[in-house]
Design a binder for this molecule. Sequence first.
Ligand code: DGJ
Length: 768
Amino acid sequence: MITINEKTFALSTRETTLLLRVNEIGKVVCDHYGRRLEHDDLALAAVPDGVTTGRTIVYDEKQSEKLALPSIHGEYSTPFKGDDYSPSLEIVSDKGRLYDFVFVSALSRPLEKMEGYPTPHGEAEELILLCRDEKMGAELELHYAVFEDCDVIGKFVLVRNVGEKPFTLRRVYSSQFCLEDQGYVLHASYGSWAGEFQRAETPIGHFRYELGSDSGSSSDQHNPFFMVRRDDASLRTGAVYGFNLIYSGSHRIVVEKDAFGLIRIQQGISPRGLEKTLAPGDTFLTPMAVLTYTHNGLNGISKHMHAFVNDHVIPTRFARVPRPIAFNNWEGTYMKFNEAKLHSLAKKAKDLGCELFVLDDGWFGHRDADNSSLGDWDVYKKKLPHGIEGISKYVRKLGLKFGLWFEPEMASPDSHLLEQHPDWVIQDGIHEPSLGRHQLVLDLTKKEVRDYLFDALSNHLSTGCIDFVKWDYNRTICDIPNSGSFLHDYILGLYDLVGRLTKAFPDVLFENCASGGARNDLGMFSYFPQGWVSDDTDSFERAKMQLEMSFGYPQSVMSNHVSAKTNHQMLRKTGFGTKFDVAAIGVLGYEMDISELDSIEEKAIKSQIEFYKKHRETLQFGIYRILDTFEHGHGRLIVEVADANKALVTYVNYVQTPHPGNETLPMAGLDPEATYAYSVRPEYHSLKTFGSLINQVSPVHIKEEGVLVNVLSRFRGLDAEGLKGEAKGCTLNAGALQIGRQWAGTGYDDSTRILLDFGARIYVFEKK
Ligand code: DGJ
């Protein structure tokens, strides 16, 4: 709800209020952003405007003797008028560099489509505060979108040249937000290929922190999602602010604390990716920044952000629609496959219970390695003599959906495309463009390139034989041409292309991928409903990444696959049970040579898939809560996903300790009055788990890693511990459920949990 009262503006959601005011010198300031305020009390929240001290510049002594720009809670700062902290807007022109905007008028309306950008859908009101620098001929509109149902405020700005000469934008952030320090911690993520979403935390000191990416994509270096939390906030309690940006290109996050403890937080397009000249009459619109606040700790942020993404970002036709269980051939075959191999994998995938068969990289041009054919999107007949239609027909006849991998934004130097159009790649025309994964990036700012790609993909999609597209993007951008806004224009070109394709083929489910998770952002999720989290398919590494990603993104966008027991990225050995227990918190898939499974593994995977189908809605869309983390607990991560009728809990072990204690599950949010049936998902131990210890129970001697144990373990395993019972929600919420000690060398019985290093379990709680 937006309430305009002369020069104060209250933007309220169910649990929060953002209170804005125009102060004596015509600047828009933020008096409060936090818990919802009662409207009668709004005046109380007005922050006294800062006092000038010592050498501070007084903005205008005639209007106020004490008002100085650096000390107000300004909503959008510009430089050279006494505020030397990080500016949100920098403009240069023949006239000068001092642009000083003051409030002119306000209006509210339903949120309108943001030209060129993905715009969140669903109900939202918008407040627009028009500010102007009359002398410089420039206008600034501060836009605020209120998503009441999920406690989210969207912020973006529009700059307009209302003068007679052009001017150039050197920096134009989407949002600035000021906060008085009460002991805050910056919580963001850093990462790299196969190591996305690593936690980065620091108490906010008297520094300027600048995070983000300059590589042309939102990146795995620093995702645009981050949090600022009170240092006493925990998983379940305390004040936390969450931030994101609906943008897929280079971006910047700035957090700066001044000497008086005023923290300024900015989000937007990276200035390195944007220098834009506006002719008279031209406008520039920024992407939308996303802000939320909760006093319910980090889990409260997940709750708001998940609802926002599921209900306002994901294309409506896929919102809360269950996602299929995929089989993907990548780690099973890489590029070494032929039709017969794919047929046998598809048959097995169907038999196991998968619902979608995805043919990954290597099906086009003459692609046998990653150094050729990108750009030539015609089928590689040597591998697939019956074409894409042939393999799709086979797969669909089995009763599976068919998916296909593309990397549309790229071209290999060894391709017909680049033979014909060498000028279509990104290059500065002076230097030889550098390769990344042996490939170049196509210039999506050119309409003819976008049209070519639209046609190339449409040729396949219009046959109607493709249900799913995995859209990959495997390098960063460099060698940019001489245009200050090239990186930004590239992203607008990308949005134009994916917008056209998803509109033309509305039933095709697109999966977002960028060498794993290098472009998992709200811009891409506005077109593609799910994203591949990382090329690291090791379940322990994935558990950590999923945990970090989960604060800002719901399970429905996180695509996770169970892969080979010896993980290809870490060479860590982990059982399929554990891999499933982690991958199941999200959109499940399998990615390995499933023709090599032994009968016991096959049985186990079938039961995993049955289990997933039964609980899919909860696992993909349930409310997500972290109950314990590696840091706070005993080397364990416990995650709960729940809806009105059930809760599923994944428990991930760190490394074995010689002195495991009794353990309970610290449940949260179960209906206190209801009775729940609880159980652990049945798992088994391979005979090989026990090494030579197996001889303590075996009638014949078994040599560790010998032929006998190898043969036997293909057919027999030992049941893992059981757990079954009933209890009231209040009892379980009190953390009373004992789940058994872990193996400690002796004293094995039916309840002993043998999790091994990095092992996992799933517990189920169903309302009776
Ligand atoms: C990177 C992706 O993240 C992988 O899953 C796979 O599709 C490869 N590219 C194929 O080249």
